[in-house]
Design a protein around this ligand. Sequence first.
Ligand code: DHB
Ligand code: FE
Length: 294
Amino acid sequence: MARITASVYTSHVPAIGAAIDGGKTGEPYWQPVFKGYEFSRKWMRDNRPDVIFLVYNDHATAFSLDMIPTFAIGTAATFNPADEGWGPRPVPQVIGHPELAAHIAQSVIQQDFDLTIVNRMDVDHGLTVPLSLMCGQPQAWPCPVIPFAVNVVQYPVPSGRRCLNLGKAIRRAIASYDDDLKVQIWGTGGMSHQLQGPRAGLINREFDNAFLDRMIADPEGQAAVPHIEYVREAGSEGIELVMWLIARGAMSDCSRGATGDLAGGLPPKVVHRFYHVPASNTAVGHLILEEAKS
Ligand code: DHB
Ligand code: FE
């Protein structure tokens, strides 16, 4: 059966993508950011998954105000890097996993989460920047990627509780797929940032670090935090952080008490934690949690 081996969490700042593509990672401004991901790139090489289930948000790129799915799963065979106004990023095409994606859609919808099924879309910096941070600049991404887009751009956005429970449902879906695949689940976006209005430039280190603590040790507690507190404390774009709860809910310790056939497990192992301010207008946060070996 397929199984989740680890979860990865990272910001997706578009300027990081531009720095990588423009060969600027060694510049004094960027050097400390990329230093925080050196361990991660080695860890990715040593712990190569068969599939990445990548939770991210589209920034009015594939979806406009014409159509706003709350949760959308990419079931296509390929996804092209989007043109966000400066031409597509010079990164590999994303290869999907239509069979596993279709299975997850079937299972998760039958667990009462309404997913939009997307058979064609381009993927923006929300998806490609995390891949670049974790994998560098390869000719091809190391494995197939299933894009899972969450609406955190146009209100109403999903609650933290719903995101955590969705992660639990995704775990059950992956555990019922009849192929021996190692799957990583990534939660991306955040950390604190606000890009417009009188509070533009807001960064809240205290909130961010408390969030990282609770992502590790108290995801159920973090799931109870209402969306308005993210906006108040972490800025209007800080709400991207609720997506991390989807990845966290898919770890085995969160399945405790959930309906279904999984008994619950040990807390995950923290193999990497990184926090840096600033990158563009944003605080950069990053965690790697490995599934506990029981
Ligand atoms: C920035 C951060 C984001 O998450 C984003 O989607 C766009 C811009 C920034 O910090 O500039
Ligand atoms: Fe963003």
